[in-house]
Ligand binder design. Structure first.
Ligand code: ARG
Length: 281
């Protein structure tokens, strides 16, 4: 081989390697490198990376399968449907709830699917799909206190527990103007703390509340308690990193609409609930 050609080939190889390296460094949702849209980058990486906080059954929770723990739930099925529509693999990352949005903003993951409620503050930091589930909040207490809370005013006087960084925390802090509440990273920790008598009541999604009272003995959902001023609603949407993401948001919204129009989303939720009852038996 002629020296010149050899040199050219070597240079070419270096160039290919360099592009490969740049490709790796530029994680999926980082748009700064090329002019690719969020959707194009995911297709190029051949995987959709979704982060979630798996402490919110039936939306996301852990089960053990053949001695190995696995993240499952309605949000995970939704993530799988989005990956299928993109024609790529799904990779799940479990994180603390309050670490999810920073990871998304940093481009470490492509999406956050975790029963996340789109609010104005979050909308400044990330984009959201359409709502895929319109939930509401409920309050759980130790069974002995079940009759104690009949109004939001009584709730204000109690020691309240919420998940750190959640919209329930915003509700308790900003709407109820409670200052001495307790914010913990994961929902099971809140329940354990309540059972230990350190917290009187926990505010969380009503479906998640309903499941937890079947999982743990001695706790109950407070009935006929009307939460107002932003405490009642708990809508859920997919969070996507800001940037050139219109195509990814569009595809995500299409998946949501298809699941909803066909009634499949309801089945997905029902299946997730079934999984829990099997797991707890
Ligand atoms: N919807 C609430 C929020 O956005 C709570 C979500 C909690 N999700 C979870 N996987 N723990 O803050």
């Amino acid at each position: 081989m002629k020296a010149g050609l050899k040199k050219l080939l070597a240079l070419g190889l270096v160039a290919v390697l360099a592009t490969g390296l740049v490709g790796c460094g530029n994680k999926s949702s980082d748009n700064s490198g090329g002019n690719q849209t969020a959707l194009e980058q995911i297709k190029k990486n051949k995987k959709l990376v979704v982060a979630t906080s798996p402490d919110y059954p039936p939306f996301e929770f852990m089960v053990s399968e053949n001695g190995k723990s696995k993240i499952v739930g309605a949000d995970i099925d939704l993530a799988q449907k989005i990956a299928d529509k993109l024609g790529v693999e799904l990779e799940l990352k479990a994180m603390d709830f309050d670490a999810l949005l920073p990871a998304l903003q940093a481009g470490k993951v492509d999406m956050v699917i975790t029963g996340m409620t789109p609010n104005e503050k979050r909308k400044k930091a990330v984009d959201f799909s359409d709502i895929y589930f319109k939930g509401e909040n409920a309050v759980i207490v130790n069974a002995k206190d079940a009759g104690k809370f009949t109004s939001e005013d009584q709730l204000k006087k109690a020691k309240l527990g919420v998940q750190k960084g959640s919209t329930q925390e915003t509700y308790v802090k900003d709407n109820l103007k409670v200052t001495n509440y307790k914010a913990l990273v994961a929902v099971p920790d809140l329940i354990a703390d309540m059972k230990n008598g350190n917290i009187d009541a926990v505010v969380l999604n009503s479906k998640v509340a309903g499941i937890n009272v079947t999982k743990y003995d001695g706790i109950k959902v407070v009935e006929n308690l009307k939460l107002t001023s932003g405490g009642d609603e708990e809508a859920m949407a997919v969070a996507i990193k800001k940037g050139d993401n219109a195509d990814l948001i569009k595809l995500t919204n299409e998946v949501i609409k298809e699941l909803q129009d066909s009634g499949e989303y309801d089945k997905i939720l029902a299946n997730a609930v079934d999984l829990i009852s099997k797991e707890t038996k």
